[in-house]
Design a protein around this ligand. Structure first.
Ligand code: PMP
Length: 304
């Protein structure tokens, strides 16, 4: 069980988390017609009256786009305003994760997105490491990532996570920590809730936007950091066999941050990961507001 933050935003009000409850007839519960975001925040290590959220603007923009796909107009500034007030009301004392969610809130049957009530809620939980920072073992899933022609993959649609759930459980129940999904073209796509990077001969490689990936905000941050650190980067299709012989492999996501991969199937990877560690150290310093070059990635919220 998680430690949930005490206050949630629900039905346009801030209420105790325990009171934020939906009906069993809620449309989105049946049809997967929700979409979510996921942000991380920490109390500012340098200022006890401040909470820091990583790339708040980008998260609000992506959720607004997901809402649009669900036929729901929810501007990014409205989401941002709710999240800022949510953080002020909760004033978390440790590292935490915020889960904003848009969904068809109507009590009615029949899958559709038109002529149906929608709503938006936010809750949060304390969250340390989501995956082991020492590294994870990965199974290549027998479940393929969906294609954008059948599911809008740029949006974080809740129903799409059935594939992630199947893949993750398949991996864990066969002794691995995480799953890597292949896309419909047979190329490496991403993990159950993270993007994937490999390093070969000093070059940082990750599948591009034409590979049915989620447009991860951590992925975007890593590509920018790598370019600034003069690490050569390329976005291109990645073959499964490249995972087995890569010098380094890591996963990236808001919850997982940068998580090294130590084994893919039964292929051990090197424990020497200079590029992964360099990027991870840099990202940690930025999220803790210790790097003045990237201050615009960290949104400060004053708390009492
Ligand atoms: N892929 C999937 C399927 C995800 O759920 C996530 C987590 N949001 C990511 C990638 C990583 O995205 P981000 O870095 O924006 O958290």
């Amino acid at each position: 069980m998680h430690n949930f933050l005490p206050i949630a935003y629900f039905q346009k009000n801030f209420v105790p988390f325990a009171d934020a409850k939906i009906s069993i007839a809620t449309h989105a519960l049946h049809y997967g017609t929700g979409a979510f975001g996921g942000l991380r925040g920490i109390p500012d290590p340098q200022n006890e009256k401040q909470i820091l959220l990583f790339r708040l603007d980008r998260h609000c923009q992506r959720l607004s786009h997901s809402a649009k796909v669900l036929n729901y107009n929810l501007p990014p500034d409205k989401i941002q305003n709710v999240i800022v007030n949510f953080v002020k009301k909760n004033n978390p004392a440790t590292s935490f994760y915020i889960r904003p969610f848009v969904y068809t809130s109507d009590l009615g049957i029949a899958p559709r997105l038109h002529n149906i009530e929608k709503d938006f809620f936010v809750y949060g939980l304390e969250l340390g490491d989501y995956l082991s920072p020492d590294g994870v073992s990965c199974r290549i899933s027998s479940w393929y990532r969906q294609e954008d022609r059948s599911l809008p993959l740029r949006a974080k649609i809740s129903g799409a996570y059935i594939t992630s759930s199947l893949a993750k459980t398949e991996a864990v129940e066969s002794g691995f920590d995480e799953a890597i999904l292949i896309n419909s073209q047979g190329k490496v796509c991403e993990a159950s809730g993270m993007n994937i990077f490999i390093v070969r001969n000093g070059q940082l490689i990750t599948p591009g936007f034409d590979q049915d990936i989620l447009e991860g905000i951590t992925r975007d941050s890593i590509l920018t950091l790598a370019r600034d650190l003069e690490i050569p980067t390329v976005e291109r299709p990645v073959d499964k066999s490249e995972l087995l012989i890569a010098d380094e492999v890591f996963l990236s996501g808001t919850a997982a941050r940068i998580t090294p991969v130590k084994r893919v199937e039964n292929y051990e990877l090197s424990q020497n990961r200079p590029i992964t560690e360099k990027l991870r150290d840099k990202l940690t310093a930025i999220t803790e507001n210790r790097d003045s070059n990237y201050q615009d990635w960290v949104f400060p919220i004053s708390v009492d």
